[in-house]
Design a binder for this molecule. Structure first.
Ligand code: UD1
Length: 312
């Protein structure tokens, strides 16, 4: 039986991958430090073997990797503004932790590591859509840290023969995403505020655009990356997104309809380290993994609003 490890399992992407694996009857271990992960996100994952620990501690990586065949590495401090405020901590939790995990995975005989990459590595280049052949051009410390992790993945494939796959996620959203921190993803914040009748704030003119990707598509990408033949995917980097983008202003309008919020958004200064437009070319993941998004933005947003409404 394949033993899977999910790092960052109390975060919303990690918990969603673990839930999908458990639903298939797989054997799953999860690890989380609860720096940003939430204990409540572990509800429904009781069948999982869970370790509380921080991947910046090599001993935790060792314990977590023992007996594992495939790792989904989702743990990170996932926020551009958090990295702008505290780049050292972002580096520690994204880069040091990733390197520790790779070292432990190799020592434990793990076969494959699938890494949560980020669209932020493309930075603010005018070329759209972003495709994997483009040179990365990270702006924020967060983007630099996520890119360093990618390079470590490829290095461990080239030097040690560990199978690695990087999936560059584009603005993932959906149920279980924490809406309570000002470092949270914009859709989580807007859903919470607008359902509560509070005015959301748009940083900038709202004409920035994102390829917002519903969580189920990301879970599907990960499961495909775990199953794909090594000669096709090992050492590769691919976008995981929808291939269409929407502006924040348009998103606000859609959310007004879904939440019943009647007000206007507030507008504030653009955020430091922000990029203007983001849109993915998803052909490579289609070719290598057979990936195609199953849930489009509108449907994903509808399900997400419903989830927050239930919780509210
Ligand atoms: C970036 C990455 C994404 C990564 C994420 C981790 C890009 C294109 N995307 O997302 O892949 O997973 O970091 O956090 O680099 N905003 C508001 N009001 C708010 C909150 C945010 O207007 O209350 C705006 C931001 O200024 C930004 C947009 O919404 O323009 C999206 O912000 P956010 O959800 O934080 O994600 P990114 O920084 O785009």
């Amino acid at each position: 039986m394949t033993q899977y490890l999910v790092t960052g399992v109390a975060g919303f992407i990690g918990r969603s991958i673990a839930a999908a694996l458990l639903a298939r009857g797989e054997s799953v271990r999860g690890v989380d430090s609860f720096i940003t992960g939430k204990r409540a996100n572990l509800a429904g994952l009781e069948a999982m073997d869970f370790i509380v620990g921080d991947l910046t501690d090599p001993a935790v990586c060792e314990r977590a990797s023992a007996g594992v065949e495939i790792v989904f590495h989702e743990a990170a401090l996932a926020s551009v503004p958090r990295s702008v405020a505290d780049p050292v901590n972002t580096n520690r939790n994204c880069v040091d932790a990733t390197l520790n995990l790779l070292v432990a995975a190799r020592a434990a005989g793990v076969r494959r590591v699938i890494y949560a990459g980020s669209s932020s590595v493309y930075g603010d280049t005018p070329t759209l859509p972003k495709h994997e052949e483009m040179s990365p051009n990270p702006v924020s410390p967060y983007a630099v840290a996520k890119l360093a992790g990618e390079h470590y993945m490829r290095s461990f494939t080239r030097v040690y023969g560990l199978e690695t796959v990087t999936l560059r996620y584009f603005n993932v959203f959906g149920p279980y995403q924490d809406p309570t921190s000002h470092y949270s993803g914009v859709l989580a914040i807007f859903c919470r505020k607008m359902l509560a009748g509070e005015q959301p704030t748009i940083f900038g003119d709202g004409e920035q655009s994102r390829d917002f990707t519903y969580i189920e598509n990301v879970v599907q990408g990960n499961l495909l990356a775990a199953a794909a033949p090594a000669d096709k995917v090992s050492g590769r980097v691919m976008n995981t997104a929808t291939g269409s983008a929407i502006t924040l202003n348009q998103t606000f309008e859609m959310l007004s309809g879904l939440t019943g919020y009647r007000g206007k958004p507030a507008y504030a200064e653009p955020r430091q380290g922000d990029i203007r437009n983001s849109l993915a070319d998803i052909r490579l993941a289609g070719e290598l993994l057979g990936y195609a998004p199953e849930v489009d933005f509108r449907e994903g947003l509808r399900r997400t609003v419903e989830w927050y409404r239930q919780g509210a």
